[in-house]
Design a protein around this ligand. Structure first.
Ligand code: ADP
Ligand code: ASP
Ligand code: MG
Length: 440
């Protein structure tokens, strides 16, 4: 069985939903994972924000605007009277719930419940649409099987057990439809797998049912060799191995949620990235097979803070790094990059929540300098550290100031830290130096 995930754009218009229908309607048994319609999760978060700020009128206005958008889509999507009415009744119940929430005390739990409605609505609507088109499908409520544990990781044992149980209730089904992104936490409250989490839902399900393949259908022809939002002349990459895909996703390639490949890597379940608007295109295939050597792709992750830790007295004394790492461990903050010199250590973090406490603890034995608004530019490819063409990346040194370089941590990754205001220039120039010159 395959698992096919369709993202926000793929279910974001009636035309695209028709594409999805054509892609999935081939008679084979499959699980379909859907995101919320594009724009919905942002709109729901913004409603939650108004409620948090106790701005009931603003929240109500936003709820009404979103409600109208949904009713317009339903009228276009569902021409069958009964299905149109039934779906509007369901969607109205969702918006009534949101309206009730505007009068409740703000809380993180309430926000999670609000933001979960996007996937609940898109799956309901798409299921009704398939019925209208004469295609049999079965809704599997994600909240009946998708669980995360205390440390917010998927609870694979309980997911496997629960998913089997809900699928076994309708063994004859060909198309199972479920919500991406949403889950229950260890206390049974509604939670989610973070932004872009539907990709992760798909591979978690893929691992749980030992799928033959997981397909991530989106709005672009696979993983490109640089960020197409900022860089001209990027190209899709046909094959990646799990490690390469994991590095790119973790370091900012938005096409994949950072954790996407982790659940399926061990079982060697292939992941295909495909374009809903151009299904014939090969896209990208992610497997455990070794791929060509050399720099394959570049990605960038924003919102990075660099911390320079300088100590005269304890310098290079054994135990110095241990002391530093213990502080980051105490404040549950992971370090992405690290470089050392004779007089200082620089590390980067992407979570500033405990920055003040971390600085205070470090200042007990070191002098600290902090640079905010940094971006990690990550170059990924098999054995790039020793590759003949890799020197080309260092031409970038003549164009922008590099705050840190991490080379040799693994053979497959080289990371540069730059000020975020130089990110786009760095990405474009690296693209020109590495890919365009390489292909001349
Ligand atoms: P979906 O809603 O289908 O999950 P996303 O917006 O999450 O889609 O991901 C697809 C988008 O990721 C693309 O439209 C593209 O702008 C962006 N993107 C960023 N980096 C890359 C990359 N390296 N390759 C392809 N797309 C990328
Ligand atoms: N709807 C969620 C988001 O916008 C999850 C997803 O699209 O994957 O982040
Ligand atoms: Mg996404």
């Amino acid at each position: 069985m395959k698992v096919l995930k369709f993202g926000g754009t793929s279910v974001g218009s009636v035309k695209n939903m028709a594409n999805v229908k054509n892609i999935i309607h081939d008679g084979s048994k499959k699980v379909i994972v859907l995101s919320a319609m594009s724009g919905t999760t942002n709109a729901l978060l913004s409603i939650a924000e108004s409620i948090t700020n106790k701005n009931t009128n603003e929240a109500t206005e936003k709820i009404n605007t979103l409600h109208d958008t949904y009713f317009t889509v339903i009228d276009e999507l569902l021409v069958h009277d009964h299905l149109n009415k039934q779906t509007k009744d369901y969607i109205s119940s969702v918006f009534n719930l949101l309206t009730t929430h505007t009068h409740k005390a703000p809380s993180a739990l309430l926000n999670n419940e609000i933001v979960a409605q996007g996937e609940l609505m898109s799956t309901y609507m798409f299921n009704a649409y398939l019925k209208q088109e004469g295609i049999d499908s079965t809704l599997l409520p994600a909240l009946d099987f998708m669980r995360i544990n205390k440390v917010k990781e998927p609870d694979m044992e309980s997911i496997k057990r629960n998913l089997k149980e809900v699928m076994d209730r309708v063994p004859e089904a060909t198309i199972y439809i479920t919500q991406g992104f949403i889950c229950l936490d260890d206390k049974g409250n509604i939670s989610n797998l973070q932004r872009g989490g539907s990709d992760y839902t798909a591979t978690i399900i893929g691992a749980a049912i030992k799928a033959e393949e997981v397909q991530i259908w989106t709005d672009i022809d696979g993983m490109h060799n640089n960020d197409p939002r900022y860089v001209n002349n990027t190209n899709p990459i046909s094959d990646l191995c799990y490690d390469e895909a994991a590095e790119l996703a973790y370091f900012g390639a938005k096409i994949l949620h950072p954790q996407t490949v982790l659940p399926v890597r061990e079982d060697h379940i292939p992941v295909r990235l495909k374009n809903t608007m151009n299904p014939e295109c090969y896209g990208t295939r992610i497997t455990s097979d070794a791929t060509e050597n050399g720099i394959k792709a570049i990605a960038a992750k924003d919102g990075i803070t660099a911390i320079k830790i300088k100590s005269g007295r304890m310098l290079l004394a054994h135990g110095f790094l241990k002391k530093i790492f213990e502080i980051f461990e105490t404040y549950e903050t992971s370090i992405d990059m690290i470089t050392t010199s004779e007089v200082a250590v620089s590390v980067t973090i992407d979570d500033e929540k405990n920055l003040d406490k971390i600085i205070a603890a470090l200042e007990a034995f070191a002098t600290i300098e902090v640079d905010k608004n940094q971006s990690i530019i990550c170059l990924v490819g098999h054995a790039i550290v020793n590759h003949d063409e890799t020197y080309k990346l260092f031409q970038i040194l003549k164009d922008v100031k590099i705050r840190m370089i991490s080379y040799g941590g693994s053979k497959n990754n080289i990371s540069l830290l730059v000020d975020s205001k130089n990110k786009i220039e760095t990405l474009q120039k690296l693209n020109d130096y590495i890919f365009e010159l390489a292909h001349q």
